[in-house]
Write a protein that binds this ligand. Structure first.
Ligand SMILES: NC(=O)c1ccc[n+]([C@@H]2O[C@H](COP(=O)([O-])OP(=O)(O)OC[C@H]3O[C@@H](n4cnc5c(N)ncnc54)[C@H](OP(=O)(O)O)[C@@H]3O)[C@@H](O)[C@H]2O)c1
Length: 291
């Protein structure tokens, strides 16, 4: 596993250990993150590795059945570091690779509409050339974001904010469910190129109902405008902060919402029933945990 010290990666590593897998976590040299001690205690082997060195990565990948990436970053990580990890996996004879995709269905998006997902499509082209079996897990938006930075369910105003149509189906999966599914897929030797999951598919009206049930009060809809309004806001916001090194600047989240409200990256068909032991957490359940 690469990225096991991150939010999603830590949970994938834990889900793998829970399933009895032998987990080797590749971490940056000298990292003192508390997740490392926790993973070691839970039975993972920790290997410090220079992610710029294909030779070190190859040695770290030797003898494994699947390389799982949950790295997060921009081109230097998603395209460059993952390419070195891929080269290492191939050199070490690892049969399978799961890239750090975990998103809406970027295979259906045109270039230029989502900076972070363009990078995943670019890495996907390199993956397609490599002699290794690859599987991407596509999960829509992390449901957790609805009680975090995603400005959709506005609890203070009792409104659900959106652009475009209130009837566009949207995919939501919790980080925990995405991790459980990814762990199951990593241990399943016959996965297809893409696996698509959604803990719950809801329209904006469905979100309005879920928010009302979770908060015990009525939520109204707040339609800011058509998709073109959001598109114009993205252009303006991006012009004000063009060269951001931040992985998730405000305009990136707006691009994600623009994609989702437009419907192109809707996940279909869903593979939710592939591992029947997974219990999917609903949007209402997540909204109800908001403090
Ligand atoms: N669908 C959604 O709504 C959604 C939402 C959030 C995230 N995601 C996706 O989930 C995946 C994981 O994201 P996350 O939120 O778990 O990320 P995160 O918490 O920021 O963790 C990122 C991981 O990558 C490692 N990393 C970053 N740069 C590295 C480098 N140059 N060399 C080696 N390791 C490096 C970090 O190591 P250190 O601990 O050493 O820094 C950490 O283990 C990403 O693909 C992200 O886009 C999807």
């Amino acid at each position: 596993m690469a990225g096991a010290t991150g939010d999603l990666g830590f949970r994938i590593a834990q889900a793998l250990l829970k399933r009895g897998a032998v987990v080797r976590a590749l971490v940056r040299p000298g990292s003192t993150k508390p997740e490392i001690a926790a993973l070691r205690e839970q039975g993972a082997t920790i290997v410090e590795v220079d992610f710029n060195s294909v030779a070190q990565l190859t040695a770290a990948c030797a003898g494994t059945a699947c390389v799982v990436s949950a790295l997060s970053g921009l081109r230097d990580v998603i395209v460059e570091a993952q390419t070195r990890l891929l080269q290492a996996a191939v050199a070490a004879g690892v049969p399978r690779f799961i890239p750090s995709d975990y998103s809406i269905d970027f295979t259906k998006l045109p270039d230029g509409t989502n900076r972070n997902l363009d990078l995943r499509r670019e890495f996907g082209q390199r993956l397609a050339q490599a002699p290794i079996m690859a599987t991407s897990v596509l999960n829509g938006m992390f449901t957790d974001l609805l009680i975090g930075p995603a400005p959709v369910v506005l609890f203070g105003l009792s409104r659900v904010m959106y652009y475009g149509s209130a009837d566009q189906p949207l995919d939501f999966t919790t980080t925990a469910n995405t991790a459980e599914f990814t762990a199951a897929a990593a241990l399943d030797p016959t996965t297809p190129r893409y696996l698509r999951i959604a803990g719950e598919v809801l329209t904006i009206r469905g979100l309005q109902r879920a928010a009302g049930e979770a908060a015990g009060r009525r939520f109204k809809l707040l339609r800011v405008g058509g998709l073109w309004v959001l598109g114009a806001m993205i252009k303006v916001t991006r012009a004000l902060m063009p060269n951001s090194d931040n992985v998730f600047p405000p305009w990136q989240g707006m691009q994600y919402l623009h994609n989702m409200f437009g419907g192109l990256p809707k996940l279909a068909p869903l593979d939710n029933t592939r591992y029947p032991e997974i219990r999917w957490t609903s949007v209402r359940e997540v909204l109800a945990t908001r403090k």
